[in-house]
Design a protein around this ligand. Structure first.
Ligand SMILES: Nc1nc2c(ncn2[C@@H]2O[C@H](COP(=O)(O)OP(=O)(O)OP(=O)(O)O)[C@@H](O)[C@H]2O)c(=O)[nH]1
Ligand SMILES: [Mg+2]
Length: 182
């Protein structure tokens, strides 16, 4: 059994809590009233991913982080020992796009995390014309999401992320074991 810390970050009101609740099976229902996350909420659940020809059980610790700037002081604690990052932003909000690079630089490149251990969700709360949304950061797994339309995309993309994270953890573990033997 692996343990994986996945952080869900991004600008305020972009849909992080709704996505975290959906992935953690907390609820199928979207909250009609928006309530900003104060600091961080931690959800724990189990997931199974396949790596090569074996199935791996992963104990997920999902950190649903408040997007407000007032929590920037908590970033070091949030980023510490993170295995995977989900960045959620609203593609129709120009200020969200401007902030993206900042989140990405701190939580991914700044922590030396592999790009494949990160995923970007262009989260659309309404089923607007989504066809012309292009990835705002190159080389990062990216998808357009909406929980009313096709929530399966969110689950599939999360599973892909977890697969990468699990193989990375497994690799590090093997290296550690080898270094003990040698
Ligand atoms: N209809 C619809 N509403 C959504 C969807 N995703 C999020 N919302 C709504 O959008 C609002 C904001 O979503 P949250 O998930 O609370 O946003 P957040 O990113 O957690 O915000 P902070 O905690 O302040 O950083 C809430 O009222 C949600 O119910 C969606 O896919 N469809
Ligand atoms: Mg929230």
């Amino acid at each position: 059994m692996f343990k994986a810390k996945i952080v869900v970050i991004g600008p305020s009101e972009s849909g992080k809590t709704a996505i975290a609740n959906f992935l953690g099976d907390q609820t199928d229902q979207l909250q009609s009233e928006y309530s900003a996350t104060a600091g961080v909420r931690i959800l724990e659940f189990e997931s199974t991913v396949s790596s090569g020809n074996r199935e791996i059980d992963v104990e997920v610790e999902m950190w649903d982080c408040g997007g407000s700037e007032e929590y920037e002081g908590c970033w070091p604690a949030i980023a510490s020992n993170t295995d995977g990052v989900i960045i959620v932003y609203n593609p129709f909000e120009p200020s969200d796009k401007d902030q993206l690079q900042n989140w990405f630089s701190y939580f991914v490149t700044g922590q030396g995390l592999r790009e494949e251990c990160c995923t970007l969700f262009a989260h659309c709360k309404k089923k607007e014309a989504t066809r012309n949304i292009s990835p705002p950061i190159k080389n990062i797994p990216f998808c357009i999401t909406n929980l009313d339309g096709d929530p399966g995309i969110v689950r599939d993309q999360f599973r892909k992320l977890l697969q990468k994270v699990a193989s990375k953890i497994s690799e590090s573990r093997e290296k550690e074991e080898l270094s003990i033997i040698n």
